[in-house]
Ligand binder design. Structure first.
Ligand code: GLU
Length: 327
């Protein structure tokens, strides 16, 4: 059987990071070109033919609409190209959950799209990038990987982009998956899926936005007042995600200000600043009365991505926004 041909889209990040020495803490994300990375990968004798396309060479903290648009366009071309079996995106880990979830919302599931990163730069002692990449090749080249949405491969785990979250700043095992656990375990030698494809032959859930509206994340803190909400409305926020306390709570004055924003047509989603857990409607906050939306399983970063896509699609009504978060 011929090897699957995989499109590799490079964006930078630690997986392409170069340090001054193998033991130094400081390094430059994206210092290594995609061509150089693919050269090193060729030496591993991976079971795939890799075709590279460099989208950017940046730390993912600087990623934004232009790079997302280019990634979406390249993935769309790959979906239509019968020669390409799957797509791998090398990405910094800081915003991998945002890029992954945005693409998950706006791409069909026909072919696997896999984000991969690393926590240690390519030239550091104990670098994890090549192993993660070899794992990503195993996933993206597997026909069983289609129909599961966009995935993130890190530390021998395959996570759905919708569930993935960076939970540690520096350890190799930096990502968590909520509310589902990993979809599969992978090593360069083995790939074990824990269930069948759960989104087989799904079309894109949303059109890729022509631009992204300003949606802000507001973190709640004890003793805060309503001024930050007013400031966000003052700079033209088109949506607000509350990174609330506990199950999406905030001081009463803040909730009242958020209710005024919602009444003025700026959708407000209550997420949590807590690491993990659901935010449901009507636990302590009267969402119906205040016109607010509960983020359910999405943390603030991914809630912001979904809210940007919804607002860009003209979906701002609280019930319709809630239905999207429930889905
Ligand atoms: N801040 C950089 C980025 O997200 C490096 C972190 C990493 O890739 O792990 O691209």
């Amino acid at each position: 059987m011929s090897k699957p041909r995989l499109l590799v889209l490079g964006t930078g990040g630690t997986i392409a990071g170069a340090a001054a020495s193998a033991t130094a803490a400081a390094y430059r994300p994206g210092g290594l070109s995609l061509a150089a990375m693919l050269g090193e990968l060729a030496a591993l004798g991976l079971d795939a033919e890799l075709v590279g396309e460099e989208i950017a060479r940046i730390g993912s903290q600087d990623i934004g609409f232009a790079e997302w648009q280019a990634l979406h366009a390249a993935c769309t071309r790959a979906m239509a190209d019968p020669q390409i079996a799957g797509v791998i995106i090398t990405h910094g880990t800081d915003t991998a959950e945002e890029t992954g979830f945005l693409l998950d919302l706006t791409l069909p599931t026909a072919k696997p799209v896999v984000l991969v990163g690393a926590m240690r730069p390519a030239d550091a002692v104990g670098a994890d990038g090549m192993r993660n990449f070899a794992n990503a090749v195993k996933v993206a080249g597997d026909p069983q990987a289609a129909g599961r949405g966009v995935m993130l491969v890190m530390g021998d785990a395959v996570l759905a982009a919708q569930d993935a979250r960076k939970a540690a700043t520096a350890s190799i095992d930096a990502f968590r998956s909520f509310p589902r656990g990993p979809l599969a375990r992978v090593t360069p030698a083995r790939l074990d899926w824990f269930g069948p494809p759960h989104r087989a032959e799904q079309g894109a859930r949303y059109a890729f936005p022509r631009s992204l509206p300003r949606v802000a994340i507001l973190t709640a803190g004890a003793g805060m007042d309503a001024k930050p909400v007013e400031a966000l409305l003052g700079i033209g926020a088109k949506g607000i995600v509350l990174a609330g306390m506990g199950q999406g709570n905030a001081p009463a004055v803040v909730l009242e200000a958020l209710a005024r924003a919602a009444a003025a047509g700026v959708p407000v989603v209550r997420a949590t600043r807590v690491d993990e857990g659901l935010v449901d409607r009507h636990v302590e906050v009267d969402d119906d009365a205040l016109g607010l939306v509960a983020a359910r399983a999405l943390g603030p970063a991914k809630a912001r991505v979904l809210l940007m896509v919804l607002v860009a699609s003209g979906i701002t009504d609280a019930a319709a926004v809630q239905a999207a978060f429930d889905g």
